[in-house]
Design a protein around this ligand. Structure first.
Ligand code: ADQ
Length: 744
């Protein structure tokens, strides 16, 4: 439209210039025509009266005046005069102007006669208006009788000029008006066509010819979105910043979170009811997000005292003492827990998604229970909503089917499904008998998130291989009918600063107290590993690397101890029980090989530790070794970095973790390569303090900026953008609130 206005202004200026130039050229041409016409008329008039004039020239004033009066019968000839060659007036008609004396006229005529001209004319201005004067010689040139002076009226010429000018001005306005109307109508038609096409493009129905433009529009929309992200990105992400995203972009909507594990588990103990914080990367990451956002966390109530601590609607306000959000517990029977959690989730999906050489077990009965339990949790989420377009965060492989189930009940919901573990390539994923159902379940979400791009690519390849859908590789989206699911990487992280650290002693104190408690000399070099006891974490390979270190680097024998905190996990599953035994056996074997006079190379603490205890170990250590065989992200690596506010300590990190993409200042190793891993452990123990500081400082800067608030914030900003687009294309309507009664 702006272009059309610009075009119109240029057109009008052009027309105006054309009119002015046209007027000047026309005026000059018509004047020249008229003057030529007058000269001819004069000659004709004098020629026809020549005989009578010449015969009466000397007969007296009266006769001569009569002949002159005959000439002025022509309507355009105002007056006439007869002059002697000496410049005396012989006779003149009554209206002859006094300004043109014979003397002045003949003086000029003499000058013209020298050029051989017989007639001569000029157009002087009189108070009464412009006139034309023409002089014609009579008699032979050698002895002229005199001259006849004719005065022509030019007022009609001025009148014609005014009329022409008026005509041109009117023509200019008419033409301008017509041009404006035509331009605006044309622009309007083009704009309408464009908007219709844009609408079709946004709803995914664009024609192929329109594709380049659609791409431009999409690029623009995306650029605006990323500019908006830039805008919100400025400064460090914090709980306050995350809250402002909710209020600014999502109208303060609260968040509904679905995760299997609850952040607070109440256990009955001899001393009464105790609150436990589970060893779970998902919980460590999401709990600070829920504190910041408020809302409801729906999870399995697995603690022995969970039922006695909830209200009549199975809710409890948490965190204890700092209540900021609700925890809704869902109860599962033992059969449900076995089929859904231990069976399909952890004997099927967990080994399927990790390259850790454990064979997945797929039982149809487990899958049926998995589907049923997903439905129960999806229903629990729908019970908690207070609008028909809530924001729901569905977490992890326990709930692959829930996004579609929620979508069926709440078509306008914004559902973000985040998959915390790797997504395998299609060949691997294809072995799952329910591969289509799982992918279809996830595609019920508005956004499917993974930690890294590679997992997104694997997922999209899986969709391509097993589903009927269109893949928009440019925007990383899967399109099914009119619905679009974005597939994006969101690398997860930890809170910054870590609130647990407020209750953890400083590094010096932690170093000495931990060594004291473990019965180690104060100058012992200490390595630490902290994990759930899971075969994907590479604990056996880690201990073997310590063995290799002591074997290849004598200097560390008797000096270096590795302490492994291993929280028992999924102990109902045989593979985990087996791992438990194997880790114990490997640790005992290394101890047997290298211990002497109270020196212990390995300290294995197979128990759950509360977060403050975990962070105390991080502070006490000289190095932390994360040796996962395959890990979506791995938060232990980031927690170690967060704990080291003294900027000391070295992180040795497996290249098969998502974290190795972020923490490039760590010593990155292949945990299967024991020689390389033991070299890295030795390098870490020998590393000068300055180098430790430099590496640690750089990693701390990264983790502090790329913290978990950023992770959640980026997803919410994308969700907000999606909601805005859906509202624009009419898929979400304008007001989503249907009242609190929905909750009852
Ligand atoms: P997890 O497999 O649970 O997470 P991780 O990310 O390392 O792995 O998180 C473990 C959490 O448990 C950490 O917060 C750690 O402090 C805690 N923890 C470990 N051992 C403990 C112990 N002995 N006692 C108490 N607490 C302990 C999954 C994926 C990861 C991904 C996260 C988050 O497998 O790849 O990083 O989700 O998305």
């Amino acid at each position: 439209m702006q272009r059309a206005v610009r075009f119109l202004v240029l057109l009008l200026v052009g027309l105006a210039l054309l009119a002015v130039v046209g007027y000047v050229v026309l005026a000059r041409t018509t004047r020249a025509w008229f003057e030529h016409d007058l000269a001819l008329r004069s000659q004709l008039a004098v020629s026809s009266a020549r005989q009578s004039l010449e015969s009466n020239w000397s007969s007296g004033r009266k006769q001569l005046s009569g002949a002159l009066a005959d000439i002025t019968r022509d309507e355009r000839i105002m007056a006439a005069a007869a002059c002697t060659p000496q410049g005396e007036l012989l006779a003149a008609t009554d209206s002859y102007p006094a300004e043109f004396s014979c003397r002045s006229v003949l003086e000029r005529m003499r000058h013209e006669a020298a050029t051989g001209a017989e007639t001569w004319s000029m157009s002087p201005e009189l108070p009464s208006g412009r006139v034309n004067l023409s002089v014609t010689m009579l008699g032979p040139p050698a002895a002229p009788l005199g001259a006849v002076v004719l005065v022509h009226d030019l007022s009609y010429l001025s009148r014609r000029e005014v009329a022409t000018r008026n005509f041109l001005v009117v023509a200019f306005f008419v033409l301008s008006l017509a041009a404006s109307v035509i331009t605006l109508v044309a622009a309007r038609i083009a704009w309408r066509g464009w908007t219709l096409e844009l609408g079709r493009a946004l709803t995914g129905e664009a024609t192929t010819e329109f594709q380049p433009l659609v791409r431009n529009v999409r690029e623009l929309v995306e650029r605006l979105a990323s500019e908006r992200e830039q805008e919100v990105r400025g400064g460090r992400w914090s709980p306050a910043r995350l809250r402002s995203i909710l209020t600014q972009y999502l109208n303060g909507e609260r968040v509904l979170l679905l995760a299997n594990r609850a952040p607070y588990i109440h256990e009955r103990t001899d001393g009464g009811v105790e609150v436990l914080h589970p060893a779970s990367g998902l919980v460590s990451a999401l709990e600070p997000v829920m504190r910041a956002c408020s809302g409801v966390w729906v999870a399995h109530g697995s603690g022995s005292a969970d039922r006695q601590t909830v209200d009549a609607h199975d809710h409890i306000r948490v965190p204890p003492g700092e209540e900021s959000y609700s925890l809704r517990r869902v109860w599962l029977s033992e059969e449900e827990e076995n089929g859904y959690y231990y069976g399909f989730s952890n004997e099927g999906l967990w080994p399927l998604c990790h390259v850790a050489h454990a064979r997945p077990v797929f039982r149809a009965a487990d899958y049926e229970i998995y589907a049923r339990v997903n439905q129960r949790f999806a229903d629990a989420i729908c019970d908690e909503v207070d609008s028909d377009d809530p924001i729901v965060l569905v977490q992890d492989y326990h709930f692959a089917l829930a996004p579609r189930m929620i979508r069926e009940r709440l078509p306008r919901a914004t559902i973000i499904a985040f998959w915390h573990i790797p997504w395998p390539n299609s060949e691997r994923f294809g072995i799952c008998p329910w591969r289509e159902e799982l992918i279809s379940g996830l595609l019920g979400a508005s956004i499917v998130g993974f930690h890294i791009q590679q997992h997104c690519n694997n997922f999209i390849d899986g969709v391509d291989a097993f589903m009927e859908s269109r893949i928009d590789r440019e925007t990383h989206a899967v399109v099914q009918g009119s619905r679009r699911t974005l597939v994006r990487p969101y690398p997860i992280s930890i809170e910054w600063p870590v609130h647990w650290l407020e209750h953890v002693p400083p590094v010096d104190e932690a170093r000495s107290s931990v060594r004291r408690e473990l019965g180690l000399a104060q100058d012992t070099l200490l390595g630490v590993g902290i994990d759930r006891l899971d075969y994907t974490k590479g604990i056996e390979e880690r201990l073997a690397a310590v063995d290799e270190l002591l074997m290849r680097y004598r200097e560390f024998r008797g000096k270096f101890t590795f302490v492994q905190l291993a929280a028992p996990s999924r102990t109902k599953i045989p593979r985990y029980r087996e791992l438990n035994e194997r880790v114990q056996a490997v640790a005992s074997e290394i101890d047997r090989k290298w211990s002497s006079d109270g020196y212990r190379p390995i300290v294995l603490l197979r128990e759950h530790h509360e977060p403050t205890s975990v962070f105390r170990y991080f502070r006490a250590a000289d190095l932390c070794y994360v040796s996962s065989l395959h890990d979506g992200m791995n938060l232990v690596a980031k927690e170690f970095v967060a704990a080291r506010d003294d900027e000391q300590g070295v992180l040795v990190l497996s290249q098969f973790t998502g974290a190795s993409r972020d923490l490039t200042e760590a010593l990155i190793v292949n945990p299967y390569d024991l020689r390389q891993a033991s070299d890295a452990l030795a390098a870490a123990l020998r590393m000068p303090k300055d180098e430790q500081r430099e590496r640690m400082r750089s990693m701390r800067r990264l983790v502090s900026e790329f913290n978990v608030y950023r992770w959640a914030g980026r997803m919410l900003v994308d969700a907000a953008e999606l909601r805005r687009k859906e509202r624009l294309t009419g898929r979400l309507g304008t007001s989503g609130i249907f009242g609190r009664s929905a909750r009852a």
